[in-house]
Design a binder for this molecule. Structure first.
Ligand code: SAH
Length: 388
């Protein structure tokens, strides 16, 4: 393990940004801090394995979003929102973000006057460019740039796209996303592809994945591979199982597990992500994976009512955790094993409490993975199995 940062010289915007809450700790201290938190929250369910840290915990974020605004002197700035405010703190480079993505954002900002692109002003709803979102495929190097703007009218679109591609030939697709709403959500519903295919592909655990602008995709590819390998290992598939991948996103976990299962069924709320998952199964030549759009709780409830019995269930809900409907129906379907992947140990503890209260399931393994160095966040994989 290398610890390249002393933790004694925090980033200049450390306080204003609020993104890296653990800046002042060395990486070793951060891992220790997370381990203690996991033990505090999950220790009552069993032994917590040692957290898996990163060899190099910097520049791991493959998705970078920058807000654009005018400062008090009407100068264009790009960066992050000051925590719990709407003031943009200028950031040109960040120790946890992908360096290529940061460089593209700076160049876009510099290009704006030349291409007469006004920056959006929230106070009076004037201007145009609100955010730039960048995603980079870790294994493929493909880069997606999404310009989030208040309207579809973009007169200098062609020369702008040409110049940007000249400066950054690594960009494989440029998308214009329209967000004319007020509020914290970055992406709007409508979009137009200005260059390339409108998505990127990446390779994880030997499988190829298409990622659209609005689909969820884990932001730390190095640790994601480790996370998925642990999850699939916990599932201990023999080849004859029906596997449910709940909260499946673009199908990454189910597809990674599919070689060892009879069939995989995925359920996911975001329709774009489901469309990606279906394409992803095809991209990998898989004929045993099905993905469906809908609420995981409702889907699980229908499965229980129809007497369907998945052998193994992967569940990877968002930070808020799962819900009563899902958990109660899950218990009714009586899978052999449940592999719960969580990005919030607090909601995970709540859900594990529900899943184990009747003592029909036991927690067998708890493995924390550091997906988000320098931040408070920690990912956990838990294996539960049915008590015989
Ligand atoms: N397993 C995927 C995605 C995990 S993120 C991966 O590893 O990449 C959580 C996912 O749950 C997101 O894709 C989100 O769109 C989805 N989601 C949120 N609420 C949901 C619900 N009620 N039912 C189904 N999916 C939901």
């Amino acid at each position: 393990m290398v610890f390249p940062l002393s933790g004694k010289e925090p980033c200049p915007v450390y306080k204003k940004c609020g993104g890296c809450q653990l800046q002042r700790m060395t990486y070793e201290e951060q891992l220790h801090h997370k381990q203690l938190r996991e033990i505090r929250l999950l220790g009552r369910f069993g032994h917590v394995e040692e957290i898996i840290g990163m060899q190099n915990p910097t520049h791991y974020r493959n998705k970078v979003t920058a807000a654009f605004a005018l400062d008090a002197r009407r100068k264009i700035v790009s960066g992050v929102y000051q925590s719990s405010s709407h003031r943009v703190v200028p950031v040109d480079s960040c120790m946890i973000e992908d360096a290529t993505a940061d460089a593209i954002i700076v160049d876009i900002r510099r290009m704006l006057p030349e291409f007469k692109i006004p920056v959006y002003d929230e106070r009076n709803s004037t201007g145009w460019l609100r955010h730039v979102l960048i995603r980079r495929g870790f294994a493929t190097g493909q880069v997606m740039v999404v310009l989030v703007a208040a309207s579809p009218i973009f007169p200098t679109q062609k020369p702008f796209a040409r110049k940007l591609k000249e400066l950054h030939p690594e960009i494989t697709t440029l998308v214009l996303n329209i967000n004319d709403r007020f509020g914290p959500v970055v992406l709007g519903q409508k979009q137009k592809v200005l260059l390339g295919d409108g998505y990127i592909e990446d390779v994880l655990c030997g499988k190829r994945f298409r990622i659209s602008p609005s689909s969820f995709y884990q932001i730390n590819p190095v640790q994601t591979e480790r996370l998925y390998r642990i999850a699939v290992d916990f599932a201990d598939l023999q080849g004859d199982e029906t596997v449910l991948d709940a909260y499946s996103g673009i199908g990454t976990i189910g597809i990674t597990a599919s070689d060892r299962a009879k069939q995989v069924i995925g359920v996911e709320l975001n329709r774009d992500a489901v469309a990606d998952a279906i394409v992803n199964a095809r991209l990998n030549g898989l004929k045993n994976c099905w993905f469906t759009a809908g609420d995981a709780g409702e889907y699980m409830q229908r499965m229980a009512e129809d007497g369907m019995r998945p052998d193994v269930v992967f569940m990877d809900p968002p930070r808020a955790g799962s819900d009563r409907k899902f958990l109660a129906s899950l218990l009714k379907t009586e899978p052999k094993r449940i592999v719960y992947i969580s990005c919030d140990p607090e909601t995970m503890a709540r859900d594990l409490g529900i899943l184990t209260e009747q003592k029909h399931y036991e927690v067998r393994k708890i493995q924390p993975v550091d997906m988000f160095p320098f931040t408070e966040h920690v990912e956990t994989v838990v294996l539960m199995s049915k008590v015989k």
